[in-house]
Design a protein around this ligand. Structure first.
Ligand SMILES: [Zn+2]
Length: 380
């Protein structure tokens, strides 16, 4: 399985300028390749392929028109352009509204990828990293890189520089589990599990809102193009990065715990179109949710766990014990069933119902045992 190790870089002033220049050259190539494809598409209605463009690289570099130092890095950028174009054509094919892939301003072009380790980028002894076209940089290896390094990326984030090693490691062994759980995206909490666990929204996130808004106002107040505004933008990016890191950490830990404890995880399929009002209200968690979902997906996959998306329609309205429909509005936070007497929180009822639906989709003989509780427990 693939794993990423990320480390902070400490370039000198001159190295930082060299890094910036490499990014600018990369951006130039990206936009030029995009332009060429746009022109070809408009003129002939045909698309260029990756090789049409990659074959020009040598000449461009020989003429000094492209100063991105590493050749495979350039190829990687053309591959990126190719990918965005493929996605564009796929959208057209599906009959969706498709805008042309967009140009990137150089401030937004934040990374370079070296597709094969050792070609243009290499770790040296005593925390040094050699980068073609930049020099030997100081890197803080706060923990060792495990596994076999496949690709390397340089990233600029909020004025800081990072190197990310994508490595191939052996899939860790996970004990077989027949426990099954359902998970409901919470309205007030991050999620509720069918076994009664309430997973609260990470508190740091709400705490971080205040300084975030403060830095936002600071940027808005300052004059465009001024040095002081640039400084404020830097500060805002830093605040955003902080929140993002904390949220990702929370997602990783939660996904890890779920995959460790359960063999089957039933979850709402949030891609179902035309969601009910209750689901829309949950979209406050959206950005966070999809990030969590993708982490859970790959962790479940690499551990051989079943992740079952179910149609979320009606899960909050049906009684999870007897199936009777009990109409609720968003305000109704409690589920009380007159026909079977079940009395639990609305989210817990949904989680159990999601689990029931999930289990109905798998072979009974697999013998999963549902983890269900009628009592809520806070998890911290
Ligand atoms: Zn009931």
């Amino acid at each position: 399985m693939r794993k990423t190790f990320r480390y902070r870089l400490y370039p000198t002033k001159a190295q930082e300028q060299a890094l910036e220049q490499q990014l600018r050259e990369g951006c130039k190539l990206y936009n030029a390749a995009l332009q060429e494809r746009r022109d070809a598409w408009k003129k002939t209605g045909k698309s260029l392929n990756y090789y049409d463009q990659a074959n020009q690289l040598k000449a461009l570099r020989a003429e000094g028109l492209l100063e991105l130092a590493n050749f495979t890095c350039c190829q990687n950028i053309l591959r990126r352009v190719h990918k965005t174009y493929q996605a564009f054509f796929a959208r057209i094919k599906r009959g969706e509204k498709a805008g042309f892939p967009r140009f990137k301003p150089h401030q937004r072009f934040d990374s370079l990828t070296f597709p094969s380790y050792g070609d243009g980028i290499r770790l040296l002894p005593s925390d040094r990293l050699r980068v073609q076209g930049v020099g030997i940089l100081k890197v803080k290896l706060h923990r060792p890189v495990e596994g076999k390094i496949k690709t390397v990326s340089l990233k600029r984030e909020a004025g800081k520089w990072y190197v990310c090693f994508s490595v191939e490691v052996e899939t860790p062994f996970v004990e077989h589990s027949l426990f099954a759980v359902g998970m409901d995206v919470g309205l007030e909490s991050f999620a509720v599990l069918s076994d009664g666990t309430i997973i609260a929204n990470p508190r740091q996130y709400r705490q971080a809102q205040k300084p975030l808004r403060r830095s936002q106002r600071k940027v808005a107040r300052r004059k465009k193009g001024s040095h002081r505004r640039k400084k404020a933008v830097r500060e805002l990016q830093k605040a955003h990065a902080h929140v993002r890191n904390q949220r990702q950490d929370f997602h990783h830990k939660l996904a890890h715990r779920l995959v460790r404890d359960f063999g089957l995880i039933a979850i709402e399929d949030l891609n179902v179109k035309g969601l009910a009002a209750g689901m829309l209200a949950k979209s406050v968690n959206d950005a966070g949710w999809s990030g969590f979902f993708s982490k859970l997906t790959y962790k479940a996959e690499s551990a051989g766990r079943l992740l079952i998306p179910v149609n979320p329609r009606g899960t909050s309205q049906r009684c999870s014990a007897c199936g009777v429909e009990i109409r609720k509005t968003l305000k109704d936070r409690w589920h009380t069933c007159p026909s079977c007497g079940l009395s639990v929180s609305r989210d817990l009822n949904s989680a159990v119902e999601i689990l029931r639906l999930g289990l109905s989709l798998v072979d009974e003989t697999w013998g999963f045992s549902p983890c269900v509780s009628t009592e809520a427990v806070c998890f911290s």
